[in-house]
Write a new protein. Structure first.
Length: 99
């Protein structure tokens, strides 16, 4: 007897604002409430003032390899450098939606 693969259907729940998905609906609902790309959260990444940073080596925005100083993400409204290893700024009073 030869073993034959069996097809199964899997349900996942995806965030409508980014590429994240999860097996549990409740976990996805919690993610959406804090997603950096959700405009309702008024975070830096959805703001017209967001600057992803320079491109010192040509690989991606925000990369500062080989630069003489920081060229990472910043806010053009506040002049503040942003650290996305920490939680993003939310509900900023200077937030404006991107078009």
């Amino acid at each position: 007897m030869t073993a034959v693969p069996v097809a199964i259907q899997v349900t996942r729940y995806a965030c409508p604002h980014c590429a994240r998905s999860r097996a549990k609906k409740a976990a996805t609902v919690e993610h959406i409430a804090r997603c950096w790309h959700n405009p309702d959260n008024r975070t830096c990444k959805t703001c017209v003032h967001f600057d992803p940073g320079g491109d010192a080596c040509g690989c991606e925005p925000g990369c500062n390899w080989g630069s003489s100083g920081p060229v990472g993400p910043s806010c053009n409204a506040t002049g503040q450098d942003l650290d996305f290893d920490q939680l993003p700024v939310t509900n900023c009073p200077k937030w404006e939606a991107t078009s």
